[in-house]
Ligand binder design. Structure first.
Ligand code: TRH
Length: 378
């Protein structure tokens, strides 16, 4: 990202994110935008810079309060969105008052260099906050990318804003102890919160349906492991033919796994995702990372039996009794946990509805409560 001098006078917060298009708008980008908008209230101006995908019309409509600005322009608009994915031969106007909120590691890589450029051009380095939502070197095999991702962690220089204390603790265990650090815990997505407020999730009728968070293009969500676990469960559990298995996320065509079929739902809008969680019995969502990821917590908040995995210091079973978290990340262990979730569901189905906790807040708190403890500051 090549900067050029700018005459912009105000103190401005810049968010660097890969995309705001709905197909990329899962938990990570949504949370980054929320944090950015909360921080931006303390600045005179704000700018969103998109590093990977140009915004489509629907995204621009959702972000209508930001004026779309070409990078060639040195606009004075107080709220701007700049598409900078097609940046060959282009530069970005950067003023002394530009502050940076980096998200994915390659956005931090760019922001760190622009902040250093501000020092050589204006006499003082730009200030940089790095919103850390995962241990991103772990997204790659040992490689240039993993090395560069690791090099963006500068615990003595940048402010680290950590999504979850689990992740912050993991960083500290890797010797990445940020001197200036803020930790926040996830809260439930607004769309899901309103669905929880309007539905009585504890007593809502549910189908014998397993909801699988399926993202074949996101290795940390371990899609192959899920498929193998479902095959083993399908062969070994005599009840498997009584269950429907559906997968919201990325898959767009159904998958024949042999003993069981996986029905592809693609990416659902938040209302349909909520409805699916409210009316299904079991959720299966893996995340090979110390970050909890949102879906297992959301499934628990919606009263489902949940199967997920542990990783390093992460064990979500301590957050809610409905969550089964396997330390052993093998298809056999996950298949076994799925059978245990079916057992729990069968037992639950025998209990009269009036005995179940009436209040959705109870379930939501079971899932999110311990995580939602006061944000720790250091
Ligand atoms: O952005 P994500 O892919 O995940 C990121 C990273 O995993 C990162 O490591 C993690 O730390 C960060 O999130 C917080 O998002 P995630 O958590 O997988 O996204 C789930 C959200 O997506 C969930 O809150 C609801 C929404 N969703 C839909 O809107 N429709 C759907 O069909 C599905 C399956 C989810």
């Amino acid at each position: 990202m090549t900067p050029r001098t700018s005459v912009f006078k105000k103190r401005r917060l810049n968010l660097l994110v890969p995309s705001i298009n709905s197909q990329h708008y899962f938990g990570g980008i949504h949370t980054a935008v929320q944090v950015f908008e909360a921080m931006a209230t303390h600045f005179e101006a704000s700018r969103i810079i998109l590093t990977d995908s140009p915004p489509d019309d629907a995204a621009l409509a959702r972000f209508a309060r930001y004026s779309p600005v070409a990078s060639a322009q040195d606009s004075i608009a107080d709220a701007q969105v700049v598409s900078f994915s097609d940046r060959y031969g282009k530069t970005l106007p950067v003023a002394p008052g530009d502050h940076w909120l980096a998200t994915a590691w390659w956005t931090a890589y760019a922001a760190q260099r622009v902040a250093a450029w501000q020092e050589s051009s204006y006499g003082a380095p730009g200030k940089l906050a790095y919103m850390i939502q995962d241990f991103e070197p772990g997204f790659y095999p040992w490689s240039s990318q993993s090395a560069l991702a690791l090099a963006t962690y500068r615990p003595k220089q940048d402010l680290g804003i950590f999504n979850t204390s689990l992740l912050a603790d993991y960083f500290a265990s890797q010797g990445l102890d940020y001197v200036r650090r803020v930790v926040f815990e996830p809260t439930i997505n607004d769309g899901l919160r309103s669905a929880l407020t309007h539905a009585r999730v504890s007593t809502s009728p549910r189908s014998r349906r397993i909801v699988v968070y399926g993202r074949p293009s996101t290795p940390r969500n371990a899609f192959s492991l899920i498929c193998e676990a479902l095959r083993i469960w399908g062969w070994n559990d005599p009840r498997s033919n009584q269950w429907e298995i559906v997968t919201p996320g990325e898959l767009i065509s159904d998958l024949d796994l042999g003993p069981v079929q996986l029905k592809a739902l693609g990416k659902l809008d938040i209302d349909n995702y909520a409805e699916l969680l409210r009316t299904s019995a079991i959720g299966l969502s893996l995340m090979v990372s110390p970050h909890p990821s949102y879906p297992p917590l959301e499934m628990a908040a919606f009263g489902m039996e949940v199967v997920t995995n542990s990783y390093a210091n992460k064990d979500l079973s301590t957050f809610a009794p409905v969550i089964r978290s396997t330390f052993d990340m093998t298809p056999e262990a996950i298949a076994q946990a799925l059978s245990a979730a079916c057992d729990a569901w069968d037992e639950r189905a025998m209990v009269p509805a009036w005995i179940m906790p009436e209040n959705h807040a109870f379930l939501a708190e079971q899932a999110f409560g311990p995580l939602a403890a006061a944000a720790a500051h250091k």
